[in-house]
Design a protein around this ligand. Structure first.
Ligand SMILES: Cc1cc2nc3c(=O)[nH]c(=O)nc-3n(C[C@H](O)[C@H](O)[C@H](O)COP(=O)(O)OP(=O)(O)OC[C@H]3O[C@@H](n4cnc5c(N)ncnc54)[C@H](O)[C@@H]3O)c2cc1C
Length: 405
């Protein structure tokens, strides 16, 4: 029997692939909760951003801060094109948005869930719910599975662990006891709390092309930035939170970030743009001309921060005024004081160390017959469909290898 532990994205892909490779095998998914695929249901705000076109991904490290090398290797077997083909050939048409995120054409995660349930049932996968794995004991080359509240352990020949991410170290204890290295889990994909009421009053303001960096570190990101009633959010912030996940956790989510509001990091070009505005609009008040298309409320806030009166004329800026504007446009520093969740979306940074897993087969290096796939491993990504893509890819490969061996 092949036991898949966890009925999520990676678990269903592992089970389906195992059946395809070895139709004789009995494949059973053991799911802790009442319903399988519960997390897939809420992904992408209920629309399920199931993958990405990868069209603008220059380096996998930029989207997989942890696990880029493993994903590069595994994508040779099953990548985003395979995911696309997999779902479309099973009757789920997909669409790629302008931002390269891929969704089902139905705009409902239920299409993805229905497809996975239909395909697994067609192949004879059994799904047992209310089975929470508590421990594994290797026994004569097989694996004895102990489930909470189930007196009798279950014997399996092969086991794939696809239990997803978890913020508490204790949920990895049974895997640690078996010799696996566990990278301590911390949350990734969070938004920044900023304790500045004048700034938070700008809530709802969106800057389409911002850049952000952690002061004194090499971590930086770019993209849309949204000002919220608690601080900062949007893809630019979520991406930086992913890069800085462990670093920020070690500092109790207290650190400084520098924002470049104008999406231009070359200070000379920024100065030139300000000089050109100053010479074009000599007689107009500063607050009447919005440089770089900045939203008006943000522009007023930045003027105040730069210590420049809004009624001052562009022609009166002088060198000092130009430098002050340049600084506030390109290096506007904020103190982050804590984190918040973004639409309840988060992933776990950390988990079963890749040093404990064979990078070709996803088999454990410590327990023969045991495999890993998905967020339970120390692989996680920025938003955009990359996390689910990792789950499909790893599930497919773990399922294939456990059924072959
Ligand atoms: C609100 C939200 C929205 C998201 N949106 C997106 C998105 O649009 N695109 C994207 O790419 N990523 C998204 N993500 C991330 C993505 O959902 C996960 O990375 C992905 O689901 C991981 O798949 P998985 O199969 O590894 O784990 P999961 O999908 O979490 O599945 C793990 C399963 O294992 C079960 N389980 C846990 N412990 C045990 C146990 N001891 N015994 C038995 N079963 C167990 C769980 O109940 C669960 O069903 C989102 C995450 C959240 C929280």
């Amino acid at each position: 029997m092949i036991a898949i532990i966890g009925g999520g994205a990676a678990g269903f892909f592992a089970a389906i692939r195992a059946c395809e490779v070895n139709p004789e095998a009995e494949v059973v998914i053991y799911e802790k909760g009442k319903n399988p695929l519960a997390k897939v249901a809420v992904t992408g705000g209920g629309r399920c951003n199931l993958t990405n076109s990868f069209a603008v991904v220059k380096d996998l490290k930029n989207v997989y801060p942890r696990g880029d090398k493993l994903m590069k290797r595994l994508f040779k077997t099953f990548d985003y094109r395979d995911t696309y083909e997999w779902f479309e050939s099973r009757g789920v048409p997909l669409v790629t948005q302008d931002d390269e995120c891929v969704f089902p054409q139905s705009q409902s995660s239920q299409s993805i869930i229905d497809c996975l349930l239909k395909e697994s049932s067609r192949l004879g996968v059994k799904v047992k719910t209310n089975y929470a794995l508590a421990d594994i004991t290797p026994q004569d080359g097989q694996l004895l599975l102990h489930f909470e509240g189930h007196a009798e352990p279950i014997l399996a020949q092969r086991v794939v662990i696809t239990t997803g991410g978890h913020p508490h170290q204790s949920s990895f204890d049974y895997l640690k006891r078996l010799g696996h290295e566990i990278v301590s889990p911390v949350p990734s994909l969070f938004t920044f709390n900023i304790n500045d009421s004048a700034f938070r009053d700008l809530m709802g303001t969106v800057v389409a092309n911002a850049q952000m960096s952690v002061v004194g570190e090499r971590m930086r990101s770019e993209g849309p930035l949204l000002i919220t009633h608690w601080g900062m959010s949007g893809p630019c912030v979520l991406r930086l939170s992913s890069y800085a996940a462990r670093w920020a956790s070690e500092r109790n989510y207290r650190f400084r970030v520098a924002v470049n509001w104008v999406g231009e990091s070359n200070c000379n070009s920024v100065v030139q743009s300000i000089e050109s505005l100053a010479s074009q609009h000599t007689a107009r008040q500063l607050d009447n001309v919005h440089p770089f298309g900045l939203p008006s409320r943000l522009w007023s806030y930045l003027l105040q921060k730069a210590g420049l009166p809004p009624e001052k004329r562009w022609g009166e800026l002088g060198r000092k005024g130009i430098n002050r504007l340049m600084e506030v446009f390109t290096n506007d520093v904020y103190t982050v004081e804590g984190k918040s969740r973004w639409r309840d979306e988060f992933v776990t940074c950390g988990g079963v160390s890749l040093a404990s897993i064979n990078s070709n087969t996803l088999q454990s290096k410590h327990v023969p017959g045991l495999y890993f796939a998905g967020e339970v491993t120390d692989v996680d990504a920025v938003t955009g469909g990359f996390n689910l893509q990792a789950a499909w890819t790893m599930g497919y490969i773990a399922g294939e290898n456990c059924a072959k061996s």
